[in-house]
Design a binder for this molecule. Structure first.
Ligand SMILES: Nc1ncnc2c1ncn2[C@@H]1O[C@H](COP(=O)(O)OP(=O)(O)O)[C@@H](O)[C@H]1O
Ligand SMILES: [Mg+2]
Length: 326
């Protein structure tokens, strides 16, 4: 049997370009050369494709059987590339257009979770520049977290403890998105849980992140190498089960397919579990938590990649069977 040609899309027009390059290297190394032929497709920071782009018409990409988008953040994890792959009629790993876009927008993501009765942190949404700081503080006690609605890697995020730092934080977040989220700051544990599957999605062993700084910011995520990890997370059996259940429900709430990493807070004192966010293309670097959590749950990286490709083909086949006209 001939090998399956797997196009690995990486790089991209995103603040997470470098992380994507590292993730793609791990994914390509984990592709079994007996079964797969890796076709690396690099997208530079300006959005130019090397060695060639994907053509947006069915049948126009003969050298590709399935696509693995290993792109984080803007122009890759947000539904844009998924739209191109749908036009091209190619099977691809992970979430489709809607789930990608809905997961990227922290405001709409929370609304979808809340509509299902899932616990998300209370927030106020403002249109950046003209935010009324006094009115916000009346609705939401300080300290708060201020974030651009659409981004990642903690870019543009700050913690504000007074009105002055809140107005500075809003101005900073508004540089990245006109829509800004202001959220109650939760004190407690930061937990991550991996999800894998389509209709039958399952949750992994959860892990715990212990930031080395005031919060898990860009430096802590990618530069300092000082944040600590606990795998499995230090949670009771009941809390572990609750996190796993919520991870799968959150995955379903946004219509996700393939994979996602769902991040949580477990509040100190109350023990309440809050969903923070969902990442539809989690990191795949040698130190990333998504593959580590599955490895802990008994699924090593090569098997994980096999399964993701299988899920992509299954989803594609199911969609192929649908009609577009009567
Ligand atoms: N409401 C909150 N309470 C406490 N810490 C928070 C809150 N929101 C964000 N943080 C901290 O900021 C980090 C980045 O925020 P997050 O919403 O995960 O954005 P990103 O998509 O950039 O990862 C989190 O990992 C956490 O450390
Ligand atoms: Mg995060």
């Amino acid at each position: 049997m001939s090998r399956l040609k797997v196009a690995v899309l990486y790089g991209g027009r995103s603040g997470e370009h470098e992380i994507s390059v590292r993730s793609a290297k791990s994914v390509i190394e984990a592709l079994d050369p007996e079964r797969y032929e890796a076709v690396p497709l690099f997208i530079d920071k300006e959005g130019r494709w090397e060695p060639r782009p994907i053509a947006p018409a069915p049948g126009a990409n003969p050298g590709i059987d399935v696509v693995f988008p290993v792109l984080h953040g803007t122009f890759g994890e947000d539904g844009t590339v998924q739209g191109l792959l749908d036009l091209a009629g190619l099977p691809y790993v992970g979430a489709g257009v809607f789930a990608s876009a809905a997961s990227m927008d922290k405001d709409h993501f929370k609304k979808l979770c809340a509509a299902r009765g899932l616990p998300v942190v209370e927030c106020v949404v403002v249109r950046g520049a003209d935010a009324d700081v006094k009115a916000i503080v009346e609705q939401m006690p300080l300290p708060v977290f201020v974030k651009p609605a659409n981004l990642g890697s903690s870019v543009g995020i700050s913690k504000a403890k007074d009105e002055w730092s809140l107005s500075v934080a809003i101005a900073e977040a508004a540089r990245y998105d006109s829509k800004v989220i202001i959220e109650r700051a939760i004190t407690g544990q930061e937990i991550e849980c991996a999800v894998l599957g389509n209709d039958d999605a399952k949750a992994s062993t959860p892990c715990e992140i212990l930031p080395s700084r005031e919060f898990y910011d860009y430096e802590d995520k990618y530069l300092l190498d000082a944040a600590r990890i606990e795998l499995p997370a230090r949670l009771s059996a009941e809390k572990t089960a609750e996190v796993q259940r919520l991870a799968v429900e959150c995955f379903k709430a946004v219509d996700c397919t393939g994979m996602a990493r769902v991040d949580f807070f477990v509040e100190e004192g109350t023990g309440k579990v809050y969903i923070n966010e969902i990442n539809t293309i989690p990191g795949f670097t040698s130190i990333s938590m998504y593959p580590k959590m599955w490895a802990h749950a008994g699924l090593p990286m090569a098997k994980l990649i096999d399964r993701l490709i299988e899920l992509a083909l299954e989803r594609h086949a199911a969609r192929q069977a649908l009609r577009y006209e009567r």
